[in-house]
Write a protein that binds this ligand. Structure first.
Ligand SMILES: NC(=O)C1=CN([C@@H]2O[C@H](COP(=O)(O)OP(=O)(O)OC[C@H]3O[C@@H](n4cnc5c(N)ncnc54)[C@H](OP(=O)(O)O)[C@@H]3O)[C@@H](O)[C@H]2O)C=CC1
Ligand SMILES: CC(C)(CO)C(=O)C(=O)O
Length: 297
């Protein structure tokens, strides 16, 4: 910011979104009204399209395809899959300076641990993403539902939320940990079953799929409670209603990764539940079976 005697010029915050996939593309586009946004992708094509139901439109952010072409920014938004963070280290090395803050938009819990080589936890904002989006072609992302981006109730998270246009549903919540665990348990169940069966969300509407998912949800909720998460008594019904609210044709991110031969995020979903179960000294046998099966894919 520079100030003169009669005018104040505000610099737009600089934001680099690392990972030009489904979530990264939606988020980069949603921040361009307020911030100066660069979408960082490893693919060298500079055209990235977003389809909000009316056909592909060019994403409004600048697109960069080499870490050599970027420098330190105010905010990094990390939107790769969790297991791809080490692979994105050249981007993070180039973008993170002594004052850079990092928002981690990924499924799972313990987001700050994933970027601890670059920033202390005090400069990290974890985000729980309730957005349904899908990369339908290498340069095209289709947006199906933008529900909300839930952030912890901190000053830094409020600063991050302010980078979005007013009508974008990014909000802080006192119960962030409950939201994070709810999404973790749902993803551990739904992403695993869709990835293993190769079926979209409709698999959760059928008796066998529904029962399997209910078992994994129950195990996950037990683990969460054993770890001190304050779920309400009817938490499992709430999770089931949320899954029922997804369009039957919707895919999950892990199902798409399996279909496209990419690495799977399972260590951060079923793996995270199992790690927490071990710490709590309880078992989650069906979660373990799904986890072991996925590890063989
Ligand atoms: N999709 C969804 O509806 C939802 C996803 N999530 C979560 O959001 C996170 C992001 O998922 P999603 O957007 O679906 O994933 P995508 O696979 O669509 O996007 C991830 C992007 O990261 C890029 N990437 C991977 N490694 C690197 C690297 N080394 N350098 C640069 N870019 C890299 C990939 O590049 P490339 O294109 O070259 O492969 C890809 O574009 C995950 O944690 C997921 O679980 C949460 C809620 C909903
Ligand atoms: C909620 C769901 C299942 C779809 O957005 C998701 O988080 C994912 O695909 O990873």
């Amino acid at each position: 910011m520079t100030s003169g005697s009669s005018s104040v010029v505000l610099r737009r915050p600089s934001v680099a979104v690392v990972g030009a996939g489904a979530i990264g593309t939606v988020i980069a586009d949603a921040m361009t009204g307020v911030a100066s946004v660069t979408l960082c992708r490893r693919n060298t094509n500079h055209s990235m399209l977003i389809d909000r139901g009316k056909g592909g439109e060019q994403v409004r952010a600048r697109v960069a395809s080499s870490p050599k072409s970027v420098s330190e920014v105010d905010w990094v938004v990390l939107a790769t899959k969790a297991q791809d963070v080490p692979g994105a280290s050249d981007w993070l090395d180039a973008l993170v300076g002594p004052n850079t803050k990092v928002a981690v938009l990924q499924n799972g819990i313990n987001h700050a641990d994933r970027v601890s080589s670059w920033v202390p936890a005090t400069r990290v904002v974890p985000a729980i993403v309730y957005i349904l989006a899908e990369r339908t072609a290498p340069d095209l992302v289709a947006v199906r539902q933008i529900d909300q981006l839930v952030l912890p109730h901190t000053e830094l998270a409020s600063e991050f939320a302010a980078l979005f246009a007013e009508d974008f549903p990014a909000r802080v919540d006192q119960d962030f940990d409950t939201y994070a665990w709810r999404k973790l348990v749902m993803n551990a169940a739904l992403n695993s079953v869709t990835a293993l069966t190769g079926r979209p969300v409709s698999v959760a509407r059928e008796d066998a799929g529904r029962e399997l998912i209910a078992t994994v949800l129950t195990e996950g909720v037990n683990v969460a409670r054993a770890r001190g998460v304050m779920f309400d008594e009817d938490e499992i019904s709430l999770m089931q209603r949320k899954i029922d609210g997804l369009p039957p044709s919707a895919t999950t991110s892990m199902q798409l990764d399996r279909a496209n031969g990419r690495s799977l995020e399972y260590q951060y979903l079923t793996g995270a539940v199992l790690e927490e179960a071990e710490t709590a000294g309880i078992s989650a046998p069906t979660t373990k079976t799904l986890h072991d099966l996925i590890s063989t894919l």
